[in-house]
Design a protein around this ligand. Structure first.
Ligand code: AMP
Length: 554
Protein backbone atom coordinates (compact mmCIF):
# COMPACT_ATOMS: atom_id res chain seq x y z
CA UNK A 1 0.00 0.00 0.00
CA UNK A 2 2.65 2.49 1.02
CA UNK A 3 4.68 2.00 -2.11
CA UNK A 4 1.55 2.38 -4.30
CA UNK A 5 0.65 5.71 -2.59
CA UNK A 6 4.20 6.94 -3.17
CA UNK A 7 4.00 6.06 -6.82
CA UNK A 8 0.75 7.97 -7.19
CA UNK A 9 2.14 11.12 -5.63
CA UNK A 10 5.32 10.84 -7.71
CA UNK A 11 3.44 10.69 -10.97
CA UNK A 12 1.09 13.64 -10.24
CA UNK A 13 2.16 16.77 -12.17
CA UNK A 14 3.44 19.62 -10.09
CA UNK A 15 3.28 23.35 -10.65
CA UNK A 16 5.67 26.00 -9.40
CA UNK A 17 3.77 27.95 -6.78
CA UNK A 18 5.55 31.28 -6.67
CA UNK A 19 3.95 34.53 -7.78
CA UNK A 20 4.56 35.64 -11.33
CA UNK A 21 5.59 39.07 -10.06
CA UNK A 22 6.72 41.27 -12.96
CA UNK A 23 10.32 42.43 -12.88
CA UNK A 24 9.66 46.03 -13.88
CA UNK A 25 10.92 49.47 -12.93
CA UNK A 26 7.65 49.97 -11.05
CA UNK A 27 9.05 47.95 -8.19
CA UNK A 28 12.17 50.08 -7.98
CA UNK A 29 10.04 53.22 -8.06
CA UNK A 30 7.85 51.74 -5.31
CA UNK A 31 10.96 51.48 -3.14
CA UNK A 32 11.94 55.08 -3.90
CA UNK A 33 8.48 56.23 -2.84
CA UNK A 34 7.75 53.97 0.11
CA UNK A 35 11.15 53.38 1.64
CA UNK A 36 13.51 56.19 0.75
CA UNK A 37 11.40 59.36 0.62
CA UNK A 38 13.76 61.50 2.74
CA UNK A 39 16.92 60.60 0.76
CA UNK A 40 18.35 63.43 -1.31
CA UNK A 41 18.92 64.00 -5.01
CA UNK A 42 21.38 66.79 -5.71
CA UNK A 43 22.22 68.46 -9.03
CA UNK A 44 24.99 70.93 -9.76
CA UNK A 45 23.80 74.19 -11.28
CA UNK A 46 25.51 77.16 -12.87
CA UNK A 47 25.49 78.72 -9.39
CA UNK A 48 25.09 76.46 -6.38
CA UNK A 49 23.08 73.26 -6.43
CA UNK A 50 19.51 72.07 -6.79
CA UNK A 51 18.53 69.82 -3.92
CA UNK A 52 15.35 67.92 -3.23
CA UNK A 53 14.27 64.62 -1.68
CA UNK A 54 13.03 61.44 -3.27
CA UNK A 55 9.58 62.41 -1.95
CA UNK A 56 9.76 65.59 -4.07
CA UNK A 57 11.07 63.58 -7.01
CA UNK A 58 8.15 61.15 -6.78
CA UNK A 59 5.57 63.97 -6.78
CA UNK A 60 7.15 65.52 -9.85
CA UNK A 61 7.31 62.13 -11.60
CA UNK A 62 3.56 61.80 -11.07
CA UNK A 63 2.99 65.29 -12.45
CA UNK A 64 5.22 64.52 -15.40
CA UNK A 65 3.40 61.24 -16.05
CA UNK A 66 0.09 63.12 -16.17
CA UNK A 67 1.60 65.68 -18.53
CA UNK A 68 3.09 63.00 -20.79
CA UNK A 69 -0.23 61.26 -21.04
CA UNK A 70 -1.87 64.60 -21.78
CA UNK A 71 0.63 65.15 -24.60
CA UNK A 72 -0.41 61.85 -26.11
CA UNK A 73 2.54 59.68 -25.10
CA UNK A 74 1.40 56.07 -25.52
CA UNK A 75 2.96 52.74 -24.49
CA UNK A 76 5.82 51.95 -26.84
CA UNK A 77 6.34 55.58 -27.93
CA UNK A 78 9.92 56.75 -27.99
CA UNK A 79 10.66 59.81 -25.91
CA UNK A 80 14.09 61.20 -26.71
CA UNK A 81 16.17 63.05 -24.11
CA UNK A 82 19.03 65.32 -25.05
CA UNK A 83 20.11 66.19 -21.57
CA UNK A 84 22.96 66.22 -19.08
CA UNK A 85 22.96 64.66 -15.64
CA UNK A 86 20.26 66.49 -13.74
CA UNK A 87 17.08 65.97 -11.74
CA UNK A 88 14.73 66.67 -14.66
CA UNK A 89 16.48 64.02 -16.70
CA UNK A 90 16.11 61.68 -13.74
CA UNK A 91 12.36 62.42 -13.62
CA UNK A 92 12.17 61.34 -17.28
CA UNK A 93 14.20 58.21 -16.45
CA UNK A 94 11.26 57.26 -14.24
CA UNK A 95 8.06 58.65 -15.77
CA UNK A 96 8.66 57.55 -19.37
CA UNK A 97 9.22 53.80 -18.82
CA UNK A 98 6.71 53.62 -15.95
CA UNK A 99 4.09 54.77 -18.46
CA UNK A 100 5.13 51.94 -20.77
CA UNK A 101 6.88 54.34 -23.16
CA UNK A 102 10.57 54.12 -24.07
CA UNK A 103 13.22 56.52 -22.81
CA UNK A 104 15.66 57.18 -25.64
CA UNK A 105 18.78 58.88 -24.30
CA UNK A 106 20.51 60.85 -27.07
CA UNK A 107 24.24 61.49 -27.19
CA UNK A 108 24.76 65.21 -27.88
CA UNK A 109 28.35 64.59 -28.93
CA UNK A 110 27.41 62.66 -32.06
CA UNK A 111 27.90 64.36 -35.41
CA UNK A 112 24.71 66.06 -36.60
CA UNK A 113 24.16 63.43 -39.31
CA UNK A 114 24.53 60.59 -36.77
CA UNK A 115 22.22 62.28 -34.29
CA UNK A 116 19.67 62.77 -37.03
CA UNK A 117 19.98 59.08 -37.92
CA UNK A 118 19.55 58.02 -34.30
CA UNK A 119 16.41 60.15 -33.78
CA UNK A 120 14.92 58.89 -37.03
CA UNK A 121 15.92 55.25 -36.58
CA UNK A 122 14.72 55.30 -32.96
CA UNK A 123 11.41 56.77 -34.12
CA UNK A 124 11.32 59.53 -31.48
CA UNK A 125 7.92 61.28 -31.30
CA UNK A 126 8.97 63.65 -28.53
CA UNK A 127 12.27 65.17 -27.50
CA UNK A 128 13.10 66.69 -24.13
CA UNK A 129 16.13 68.94 -24.44
CA UNK A 130 18.24 70.86 -21.89
CA UNK A 131 18.17 74.58 -22.63
CA UNK A 132 21.96 74.56 -23.01
CA UNK A 133 21.64 71.88 -25.72
CA UNK A 134 19.03 73.61 -27.86
CA UNK A 135 21.82 74.61 -30.31
CA UNK A 136 22.53 70.90 -30.88
CA UNK A 137 18.92 70.38 -32.01
CA UNK A 138 19.06 73.61 -33.98
CA UNK A 139 21.77 71.96 -36.13
CA UNK A 140 19.10 69.46 -37.18
CA UNK A 141 16.52 72.11 -37.99
CA UNK A 142 14.28 70.94 -40.84
CA UNK A 143 15.39 67.34 -40.44
CA UNK A 144 13.21 66.26 -37.52
CA UNK A 145 9.96 65.45 -39.33
CA UNK A 146 9.00 62.55 -37.07
CA UNK A 147 9.33 64.63 -33.91
CA UNK A 148 5.95 66.08 -32.90
CA UNK A 149 6.82 68.08 -29.79
CA UNK A 150 9.98 69.43 -28.26
CA UNK A 151 10.06 70.20 -24.55
CA UNK A 152 12.82 72.34 -23.10
CA UNK A 153 14.29 71.72 -19.66
CA UNK A 154 15.48 74.96 -18.13
CA UNK A 155 15.89 76.81 -14.86
CA UNK A 156 13.94 80.02 -14.17
CA UNK A 157 16.98 82.21 -14.67
CA UNK A 158 18.21 80.32 -17.74
CA UNK A 159 17.94 81.92 -21.17
CA UNK A 160 16.99 79.48 -23.93
CA UNK A 161 19.44 80.02 -26.80
CA UNK A 162 18.00 81.42 -30.04
CA UNK A 163 16.57 78.86 -32.42
CA UNK A 164 14.16 78.35 -35.29
CA UNK A 165 12.73 75.05 -34.11
CA UNK A 166 9.20 76.41 -33.72
CA UNK A 167 7.36 76.40 -30.43
CA UNK A 168 9.22 74.73 -27.58
CA UNK A 169 7.16 73.64 -24.60
CA UNK A 170 8.57 74.69 -21.23
CA UNK A 171 8.95 71.64 -18.96
CA UNK A 172 8.09 73.44 -15.75
CA UNK A 173 4.94 74.98 -17.23
CA UNK A 174 4.03 71.59 -18.70
CA UNK A 175 4.00 69.83 -15.34
CA UNK A 176 3.00 72.81 -13.17
CA UNK A 177 -0.74 72.26 -12.86
CA UNK A 178 -0.72 68.46 -12.98
CA UNK A 179 -1.90 66.25 -10.10
CA UNK A 180 0.71 64.64 -7.83
CA UNK A 181 -0.82 61.20 -8.22
CA UNK A 182 -0.93 58.78 -11.12
CA UNK A 183 -1.99 55.19 -11.67
CA UNK A 184 0.78 53.67 -13.77
CA UNK A 185 -0.43 50.98 -16.19
CA UNK A 186 0.64 47.39 -15.80
CA UNK A 187 3.63 46.85 -18.03
CA UNK A 188 4.94 43.51 -19.22
CA UNK A 189 8.41 42.84 -17.85
CA UNK A 190 9.61 42.07 -21.38
CA UNK A 191 8.34 45.41 -22.73
CA UNK A 192 10.95 47.94 -23.81
CA UNK A 193 11.87 50.51 -21.16
CA UNK A 194 14.77 52.43 -22.67
CA UNK A 195 16.99 52.62 -25.69
CA UNK A 196 20.54 53.76 -26.17
CA UNK A 197 22.60 53.80 -29.36
CA UNK A 198 26.11 52.42 -29.49
CA UNK A 199 28.77 55.01 -30.04
CA UNK A 200 30.81 52.61 -32.13
CA UNK A 201 33.17 53.92 -34.73
CA UNK A 202 32.06 51.66 -37.56
CA UNK A 203 28.99 52.51 -39.61
CA UNK A 204 25.88 54.03 -38.12
CA UNK A 205 25.19 53.79 -34.40
CA UNK A 206 23.02 50.80 -33.52
CA UNK A 207 20.00 50.85 -31.23
CA UNK A 208 20.10 48.78 -28.06
CA UNK A 209 16.68 48.35 -26.45
CA UNK A 210 16.57 47.55 -22.74
CA UNK A 211 13.51 45.88 -21.27
CA UNK A 212 12.03 46.41 -17.81
CA UNK A 213 13.24 42.95 -16.92
CA UNK A 214 16.80 43.59 -18.08
CA UNK A 215 16.91 46.88 -16.15
CA UNK A 216 15.55 45.23 -13.03
CA UNK A 217 17.96 42.32 -13.09
CA UNK A 218 20.94 44.48 -14.04
CA UNK A 219 20.16 46.74 -11.10
CA UNK A 220 20.02 43.78 -8.72
CA UNK A 221 23.30 42.54 -10.14
CA UNK A 222 25.08 45.89 -9.96
CA UNK A 223 24.19 46.33 -6.29
CA UNK A 224 25.78 43.07 -5.18
CA UNK A 225 28.82 43.12 -2.92
CA UNK A 226 30.93 41.35 -5.54
CA UNK A 227 29.86 43.94 -8.12
CA UNK A 228 29.53 47.66 -7.42
CA UNK A 229 28.37 46.91 -3.87
CA UNK A 230 25.96 49.82 -3.53
CA UNK A 231 24.03 50.28 -0.26
CA UNK A 232 21.60 52.73 1.30
CA UNK A 233 24.46 54.45 3.09
CA UNK A 234 26.18 55.38 -0.17
CA UNK A 235 26.33 58.71 -1.88
CA UNK A 236 26.77 58.03 -5.60
CA UNK A 237 28.38 60.62 -7.82
CA UNK A 238 28.58 59.44 -11.43
CA UNK A 239 30.75 61.43 -13.83
CA UNK A 240 29.24 59.16 -16.46
CA UNK A 241 26.80 60.92 -18.78
CA UNK A 242 23.20 59.79 -18.39
CA UNK A 243 23.07 59.29 -22.17
CA UNK A 244 25.94 56.83 -22.27
CA UNK A 245 25.54 53.08 -21.73
CA UNK A 246 22.50 53.36 -19.45
CA UNK A 247 24.61 55.53 -17.11
CA UNK A 248 26.13 52.24 -15.96
CA UNK A 249 22.79 51.44 -14.28
CA UNK A 250 23.57 53.89 -11.47
CA UNK A 251 20.34 55.94 -11.38
CA UNK A 252 18.22 52.82 -10.89
CA UNK A 253 20.76 51.29 -8.50
CA UNK A 254 20.46 54.45 -6.39
CA UNK A 255 16.66 54.06 -6.49
CA UNK A 256 16.70 50.37 -5.57
CA UNK A 257 19.19 50.75 -2.73
CA UNK A 258 18.14 54.14 -1.41
CA UNK A 259 21.56 55.68 -1.95
CA UNK A 260 21.78 59.45 -2.31
CA UNK A 261 22.39 60.51 -5.91
CA UNK A 262 24.54 63.49 -6.85
CA UNK A 263 24.62 64.71 -10.46
CA UNK A 264 27.01 67.03 -12.23
CA UNK A 265 24.77 68.40 -14.97
CA UNK A 266 27.02 69.55 -17.86
CA UNK A 267 30.18 69.56 -15.71
CA UNK A 268 30.75 65.79 -15.99
CA UNK A 269 34.26 66.36 -17.35
CA UNK A 270 35.34 69.16 -15.02
CA UNK A 271 37.83 67.91 -12.39
CA UNK A 272 37.31 70.87 -10.04
CA UNK A 273 33.52 70.63 -10.06
CA UNK A 274 33.83 66.88 -9.53
CA UNK A 275 35.98 67.38 -6.42
CA UNK A 276 33.81 70.24 -5.13
CA UNK A 277 30.65 68.18 -5.39
CA UNK A 278 32.24 64.99 -4.01
CA UNK A 279 33.52 66.95 -1.01
CA UNK A 280 30.40 69.00 -0.33
CA UNK A 281 27.99 66.08 -0.70
CA UNK A 282 30.30 63.54 1.01
CA UNK A 283 30.29 61.15 -1.94
CA UNK A 284 31.24 57.56 -1.16
CA UNK A 285 31.09 56.07 -4.67
CA UNK A 286 32.36 57.85 -7.77
CA UNK A 287 32.05 56.63 -11.35
CA UNK A 288 33.92 57.64 -14.47
CA UNK A 289 36.04 56.49 -17.39
CA UNK A 290 39.84 56.42 -16.96
CA UNK A 291 40.24 59.89 -18.53
CA UNK A 292 37.92 61.29 -15.84
CA UNK A 293 39.85 59.42 -13.15
CA UNK A 294 43.08 60.85 -14.60
CA UNK A 295 41.60 64.38 -14.39
CA UNK A 296 40.60 63.70 -10.83
CA UNK A 297 44.08 62.46 -9.95
CA UNK A 298 45.68 65.56 -11.48
CA UNK A 299 43.24 67.87 -9.67
CA UNK A 300 43.76 66.18 -6.31
CA UNK A 301 47.53 66.15 -6.70
CA UNK A 302 47.80 69.75 -7.80
CA UNK A 303 45.45 71.14 -5.16
CA UNK A 304 46.41 68.86 -2.28
CA UNK A 305 42.72 68.21 -1.68
CA UNK A 306 41.57 64.74 -0.59
CA UNK A 307 38.25 62.88 -0.54
CA UNK A 308 38.38 60.70 2.57
CA UNK A 309 34.71 59.67 2.37
CA UNK A 310 35.10 58.04 -1.04
CA UNK A 311 35.36 54.27 -0.68
CA UNK A 312 35.69 53.42 -4.37
CA UNK A 313 35.57 54.83 -7.85
CA UNK A 314 33.92 52.65 -10.50
CA UNK A 315 36.02 52.84 -13.61
CA UNK A 316 35.59 51.29 -17.05
CA UNK A 317 34.94 52.11 -20.67
CA UNK A 318 38.62 51.66 -21.46
CA UNK A 319 41.46 49.93 -19.64
CA UNK A 320 42.85 51.50 -16.46
CA UNK A 321 46.57 52.22 -16.87
CA UNK A 322 48.67 50.85 -14.00
CA UNK A 323 50.06 54.24 -12.98
CA UNK A 324 46.53 55.63 -12.66
CA UNK A 325 45.44 52.76 -10.39
CA UNK A 326 48.58 53.25 -8.25
CA UNK A 327 48.23 57.01 -8.13
CA UNK A 328 44.62 56.78 -6.98
CA UNK A 329 45.51 54.10 -4.39
CA UNK A 330 48.06 56.49 -2.95
CA UNK A 331 45.33 59.09 -2.52
CA UNK A 332 43.05 56.53 -0.84
CA UNK A 333 40.59 56.14 -3.72
CA UNK A 334 40.59 52.53 -4.95
CA UNK A 335 39.52 52.23 -8.57
CA UNK A 336 37.10 49.35 -9.18
CA UNK A 337 37.66 48.20 -12.73
CA UNK A 338 34.65 46.93 -14.69
CA UNK A 339 34.03 45.89 -18.26
CA UNK A 340 30.92 46.00 -20.37
CA UNK A 341 29.28 47.81 -23.25
CA UNK A 342 26.06 49.55 -24.23
CA UNK A 343 24.78 46.19 -25.49
CA UNK A 344 25.31 44.63 -22.05
CA UNK A 345 23.44 47.22 -19.90
CA UNK A 346 26.53 47.52 -19.30
CA UNK A 347 28.13 45.56 -16.43
CA UNK A 348 29.52 42.09 -17.26
CA UNK A 349 32.73 41.78 -15.25
CA UNK A 350 34.05 43.53 -12.15
CA UNK A 351 37.61 43.27 -10.86
CA UNK A 352 37.36 42.46 -7.17
CA UNK A 353 40.07 40.13 -5.87
CA UNK A 354 38.81 37.00 -4.10
CA UNK A 355 39.90 34.78 -1.20
CA UNK A 356 42.52 33.08 -3.37
CA UNK A 357 44.40 36.30 -4.04
CA UNK A 358 46.48 36.60 -0.94
CA UNK A 359 49.37 38.98 -1.46
CA UNK A 360 49.06 42.70 -2.07
CA UNK A 361 50.84 42.42 -5.41
CA UNK A 362 48.55 39.63 -6.55
CA UNK A 363 45.48 41.61 -5.50
CA UNK A 364 46.79 44.65 -7.34
CA UNK A 365 47.39 42.60 -10.48
CA UNK A 366 43.85 41.20 -10.32
CA UNK A 367 42.37 44.68 -9.89
CA UNK A 368 43.98 45.69 -13.18
CA UNK A 369 42.20 42.94 -15.11
CA UNK A 370 38.79 43.72 -16.62
CA UNK A 371 37.35 41.55 -13.90
CA UNK A 372 35.44 38.54 -12.73
CA UNK A 373 32.39 37.25 -14.61
CA UNK A 374 29.33 38.48 -12.72
CA UNK A 375 26.33 36.41 -11.65
CA UNK A 376 23.80 36.57 -14.47
CA UNK A 377 26.41 36.69 -17.24
CA UNK A 378 27.88 33.74 -19.13
CA UNK A 379 31.03 34.27 -21.13
CA UNK A 380 33.18 32.36 -23.60
CA UNK A 381 36.14 33.20 -25.80
CA UNK A 382 36.47 31.89 -29.34
CA UNK A 383 39.35 31.64 -31.77
CA UNK A 384 39.55 34.72 -34.02
CA UNK A 385 40.09 32.67 -37.14
CA UNK A 386 38.07 29.47 -36.58
CA UNK A 387 35.41 30.55 -34.06
CA UNK A 388 36.20 27.47 -31.92
CA UNK A 389 35.88 27.87 -28.13
CA UNK A 390 39.23 28.48 -26.41
CA UNK A 391 40.46 27.28 -23.01
CA UNK A 392 40.56 29.50 -19.93
CA UNK A 393 44.27 29.16 -19.32
CA UNK A 394 45.16 32.84 -19.05
CA UNK A 395 47.14 32.54 -22.29
CA UNK A 396 44.84 31.83 -25.22
CA UNK A 397 42.93 34.86 -26.42
CA UNK A 398 39.93 35.19 -28.65
CA UNK A 399 36.74 37.13 -29.19
CA UNK A 400 34.52 37.46 -26.14
CA UNK A 401 30.94 36.23 -26.44
CA UNK A 402 28.42 36.87 -23.66
CA UNK A 403 24.85 35.92 -22.90
CA UNK A 404 22.45 36.60 -20.06
CA UNK A 405 19.25 38.42 -19.10
CA UNK A 406 20.69 41.93 -19.56
CA UNK A 407 22.59 41.23 -22.80
CA UNK A 408 21.14 42.45 -26.12
CA UNK A 409 19.54 39.76 -28.30
CA UNK A 410 19.56 41.99 -31.41
CA UNK A 411 19.72 45.62 -32.52
CA UNK A 412 16.74 47.85 -33.19
CA UNK A 413 15.46 47.51 -36.74
CA UNK A 414 17.54 44.38 -37.23
CA UNK A 415 20.85 46.20 -37.75
CA UNK A 416 24.07 44.17 -37.92
CA UNK A 417 22.56 40.71 -37.28
CA UNK A 418 25.97 39.08 -37.55
CA UNK A 419 26.82 40.34 -34.07
CA UNK A 420 24.47 37.68 -32.65
CA UNK A 421 25.32 34.01 -33.00
CA UNK A 422 22.84 31.33 -33.98
CA UNK A 423 23.24 29.72 -30.55
CA UNK A 424 22.26 32.89 -28.68
CA UNK A 425 25.44 34.79 -27.81
CA UNK A 426 26.45 38.41 -28.41
CA UNK A 427 29.75 38.79 -30.24
CA UNK A 428 31.29 41.68 -28.32
CA UNK A 429 34.11 42.45 -30.75
CA UNK A 430 36.48 42.54 -27.77
CA UNK A 431 39.44 40.18 -27.65
CA UNK A 432 40.41 38.77 -24.25
CA UNK A 433 42.02 35.96 -22.35
CA UNK A 434 40.39 34.33 -19.35
CA UNK A 435 42.20 33.00 -16.29
CA UNK A 436 41.25 29.55 -14.96
CA UNK A 437 39.39 31.28 -12.10
CA UNK A 438 37.19 33.43 -14.38
CA UNK A 439 38.91 36.82 -14.61
CA UNK A 440 39.14 38.33 -18.05
CA UNK A 441 41.94 40.48 -19.44
CA UNK A 442 41.14 42.46 -22.55
CA UNK A 443 43.78 42.25 -25.21
CA UNK A 444 42.24 44.39 -27.93
CA UNK A 445 39.22 45.10 -30.09
CA UNK A 446 38.89 42.39 -32.74
CA UNK A 447 39.21 45.00 -35.48
CA UNK A 448 42.24 46.69 -33.90
CA UNK A 449 44.40 43.67 -33.11
CA UNK A 450 47.41 43.65 -35.44
CA UNK A 451 48.34 40.58 -37.45
CA UNK A 452 52.08 40.48 -38.08
CA UNK A 453 53.75 37.48 -39.69
CA UNK A 454 50.96 35.16 -38.58
CA UNK A 455 51.13 36.35 -34.94
CA UNK A 456 48.89 38.79 -33.09
CA UNK A 457 50.10 42.07 -31.62
CA UNK A 458 47.84 43.70 -29.06
CA UNK A 459 47.50 47.39 -29.93
CA UNK A 460 46.17 48.04 -26.43
CA UNK A 461 49.18 46.44 -24.69
CA UNK A 462 51.52 48.46 -26.87
CA UNK A 463 49.63 51.67 -26.13
CA UNK A 464 49.73 51.02 -22.41
CA UNK A 465 53.44 50.28 -22.56
CA UNK A 466 54.09 53.52 -24.47
CA UNK A 467 51.89 55.51 -22.10
CA UNK A 468 54.10 54.27 -19.25
CA UNK A 469 56.86 56.55 -20.63
CA UNK A 470 57.03 59.70 -18.50
CA UNK A 471 57.24 61.96 -21.56
CA UNK A 472 54.07 60.61 -23.15
CA UNK A 473 50.59 62.04 -22.63
CA UNK A 474 48.69 59.76 -25.02
CA UNK A 475 49.44 56.99 -27.47
CA UNK A 476 47.33 55.05 -29.96
CA UNK A 477 48.62 52.15 -32.05
CA UNK A 478 47.21 50.86 -35.33
CA UNK A 479 48.33 48.22 -37.81
CA UNK A 480 49.25 49.34 -41.33
CA UNK A 481 49.63 47.04 -44.23
CA UNK A 482 53.09 45.67 -44.93
CA UNK A 483 54.21 43.66 -48.00
CA UNK A 484 56.05 41.01 -46.01
CA UNK A 485 54.47 40.91 -42.56
CA UNK A 486 50.86 41.61 -43.60
CA UNK A 487 50.58 44.35 -40.96
CA UNK A 488 53.02 46.22 -38.76
CA UNK A 489 52.31 48.45 -35.75
CA UNK A 490 52.57 52.23 -36.01
CA UNK A 491 52.34 54.40 -32.89
CA UNK A 492 50.74 57.84 -32.77
CA UNK A 493 52.18 59.61 -29.76
CA UNK A 494 51.20 62.87 -28.07
CA UNK A 495 54.17 64.10 -25.98
CA UNK A 496 53.57 65.86 -22.67
CA UNK A 497 53.85 69.63 -23.22
CA UNK A 498 57.23 69.84 -21.49
CA UNK A 499 58.65 67.11 -23.78
CA UNK A 500 57.23 68.38 -27.04
CA UNK A 501 60.68 69.28 -28.37
CA UNK A 502 62.88 66.55 -26.97
CA UNK A 503 60.95 63.26 -27.17
CA UNK A 504 62.17 61.08 -30.05
CA UNK A 505 61.07 57.87 -31.74
CA UNK A 506 64.28 56.22 -30.47
CA UNK A 507 63.36 57.17 -26.89
CA UNK A 508 60.04 55.39 -27.30
CA UNK A 509 61.54 52.33 -28.95
CA UNK A 510 64.34 52.16 -26.37
CA UNK A 511 61.77 52.37 -23.57
CA UNK A 512 59.64 49.66 -25.17
CA UNK A 513 62.44 47.21 -25.83
CA UNK A 514 62.65 46.40 -22.12
CA UNK A 515 58.89 45.84 -21.98
CA UNK A 516 57.63 44.07 -25.12
CA UNK A 517 58.87 41.44 -27.57
CA UNK A 518 61.22 42.80 -30.22
CA UNK A 519 58.83 42.08 -33.07
CA UNK A 520 56.16 44.16 -31.34
CA UNK A 521 58.26 47.35 -31.59
CA UNK A 522 56.38 49.83 -33.78
CA UNK A 523 57.87 50.28 -37.24
CA UNK A 524 57.18 53.98 -36.98
CA UNK A 525 56.45 56.43 -34.18
CA UNK A 526 54.50 59.44 -35.42
CA UNK A 527 54.24 62.46 -33.13
CA UNK A 528 50.88 64.25 -33.18
CA UNK A 529 49.17 67.02 -31.21
CA UNK A 530 46.23 64.85 -30.32
CA UNK A 531 44.70 61.45 -30.96
CA UNK A 532 41.24 61.70 -32.58
CA UNK A 533 38.48 60.69 -30.17
CA UNK A 534 34.99 59.22 -30.56
CA UNK A 535 31.88 60.92 -29.17
CA UNK A 536 32.43 59.16 -25.86
CA UNK A 537 36.11 60.05 -25.63
CA UNK A 538 37.75 56.82 -26.79
CA UNK A 539 40.61 56.69 -29.31
CA UNK A 540 39.06 56.79 -32.77
CA UNK A 541 41.27 54.30 -34.55
CA UNK A 542 39.01 54.21 -37.56
CA UNK A 543 39.76 57.91 -38.13
CA UNK A 544 43.46 57.28 -37.51
CA UNK A 545 43.53 54.44 -40.05
CA UNK A 546 41.55 56.44 -42.62
CA UNK A 547 44.04 59.32 -42.52
CA UNK A 548 47.24 57.35 -41.99
CA UNK A 549 50.04 57.71 -44.50
CA UNK A 550 51.30 54.26 -45.61
CA UNK A 551 54.37 52.80 -43.95
CA UNK A 552 57.52 54.25 -45.47
CA UNK A 553 58.92 50.71 -45.64
CA UNK A 554 55.82 49.43 -47.45
P1 AMP B 1 30.44 51.50 -25.05
O1 AMP B 1 29.36 50.68 -25.62
O2 AMP B 1 30.57 52.85 -25.67
O3 AMP B 1 30.35 51.57 -23.57
O4 AMP B 1 31.81 50.79 -25.40
C1 AMP B 1 32.05 49.45 -25.03
C2 AMP B 1 33.46 49.08 -25.33
O5 AMP B 1 34.34 49.81 -24.49
C3 AMP B 1 33.78 47.63 -25.04
O6 AMP B 1 33.36 46.79 -26.07
C4 AMP B 1 35.27 47.68 -24.87
O7 AMP B 1 35.94 47.68 -26.12
C5 AMP B 1 35.48 49.01 -24.22
N1 AMP B 1 35.62 48.83 -22.77
C6 AMP B 1 34.66 48.89 -21.85
N2 AMP B 1 35.16 48.67 -20.61
C7 AMP B 1 36.48 48.45 -20.76
C8 AMP B 1 37.55 48.16 -19.88
N3 AMP B 1 37.37 48.06 -18.57
N4 AMP B 1 38.78 47.97 -20.41
C9 AMP B 1 38.98 48.08 -21.74
N5 AMP B 1 38.02 48.36 -22.63
C10 AMP B 1 36.78 48.54 -22.15
Amino acid sequence: MTSLANNVSLSRPIEGLMQDYPLTLHHIFWRVEKLFGPKEVVTRRERGVHRYTNADLVKRVYRLANALRGMGVRPGDRVGTLAWNNYRHLELYWAVPLLGAVLHTLNMRLFASQLEFVIRDGGDRFIFVDASLVPVLQNLQGRLEGVERIVVLSDDDEVVPQHTLGELIDYESLIAGEPEAFEFPEVDERAPAAMCYTSGTTGNPKGVVYTHRSQFLHTMGAMQVGSMGITEADVILPAVPMFHANCWGLPYAAGMSGAKLVMLDRWVGDGNVFVDMAEAEQATILGGVPTIAMNLLTTLRSTGRRLPRVRRMLCGGSAIPENLMRGMDELGIPLLHAWGMTETSPVCTVAQPNSQHLTESERFRVRLTQGFIQPGVELRIVDLATGEPLPWDGEAFGEVHVRGPWIASGYHNGADPDRFTADGWLRTGDVAKVSPDGFITLVDRAKDVIKSGGEWVSSVDLENAIMGHPGVAEAAVIGLSHPVWQERPVAYVVPRPEHRDDLTADDIRGFLSARVAKWWLPDEVRFVDEVPKTSVGKFDKKALRANAAPLTSA
